[in-house]
Design a protein around this ligand. Sequence first.
Ligand SMILES: [Fe+2]
Ligand SMILES: [Fe+2]
Length: 448
Amino acid sequence: MSDPIDDVLMEELDEVELSGHAEVKRGSALYYEPADTAFALKRLLWHEFELSRMTAGWMPAATVFETKTKLARLSYLHIRDMRMLNERIEELPGGLSAKERTPEPVRELYERAALAPDEASFFAGYELLFGALVKRYEALALHIDPVLDAPTGDILDIVLLKRKELAWIKEQARFAGNGTFAEWKPYVAELRGAIDGGFGELPDAPVWPAVPDAEPAGPVPIAASCDPRFPLYEHAATRKMYADPEASPLTGSVKQMHYINATEISAAENLAYMFYAIQGMPREFYYDLSRHMWDEARHSVMGVRRVKQLGFRTEDFRYYQGGPGHDADESWYADMYASLTMVAEPCSFLKKRKSAVAFRQFGDALSAAHVEFDMADEQMHVNFGKKWGPELFKTFKNDLVTAQEMAKKTRIRRLERFGLGEQEEADVLKNFPAFCGFTTTELQYDKY
Ligand SMILES: [Fe+2]
Ligand SMILES: [Fe+2]
């Protein structure tokens, strides 16, 4: 007996091959003019964007650390490829206006498919949607003219590199937890059917299939799901975790830096929530935010790798939980983003610069390289913050501020929790290193 889902895909692929490009084609059948390529790429681009959102949304919902970080990576790959398509479209007539967003039925397809009852189901749906996109790319790559439209061909070659990830995704669909894989994949196939796959003419009012009777486990649960190998820090937020010997056996050593890196998974998760929640911003914003999220996931991977190399287990340390922990609106995300990029990240430079020097003096070149790569990423993140923070304040808090004013407001809010007098608060604000010393923890650079 054939698999009905595969039949759906095969039919669709046949259609692409037999009728040439009936759906992705604007005009004549056989030869694409530049505007046809632009039109076809535009249809594909929004699917990359929605796959990126869907995987980011499931990153905090996944439990296993390696699954989280892989989803951050996949989300970034979808955005990286969207960006390449975007650049090519802009070289061609027709272009892509700044105001264009994912067509509503396509966005709804992915948002519905993302409401899976468990990880295995999510991955089964993801595999189906991503696999369908890959088939579209393959058909387009064979159709375009290899001389006239070679720049598009080169981009499709790169974009198609990520199809090898389907094997990993399929593996998750088979093995993650005790999933209801069998029910969810046909449902996602029906969702696709409601808009004919979402690559052609879109219905104004799609008739969506009935939602299976199961509580969604994602995307973006109220608080991030925690890997039991990463126990949470149980004390109040006012107690500084990075200065607490109960939270890390590396307290009092410059190697504490690696522990701090290991905890950055919660920063990556917070950015993943934001990526899913914030809608309607310019495409560039999502390109930057996705890179930021993936960088923080990489920083945690690098921290975890190093503490293990140094003979520790992740269970020897304590961690923050990602996510707002309550229903958060866009204004909450704007504040969180400003606090990350205007306080946490710039303050971390002071520590990182000193740590890099210390690691080199102690002859630990690998640890020094960790911190130096980290600083290069963080510099970029602070620049993202200066660029997008004021935009978020304007759009979601109705607050017109320059980057400088936003940074000041964010720092004042940070100091408020310490209950300083007016004069002391003003003094601390005037001196950035003093502010950082006050709000974050110094490391012991003279001890390895
Ligand atoms: Fe980081
Ligand atoms: Fe960062």
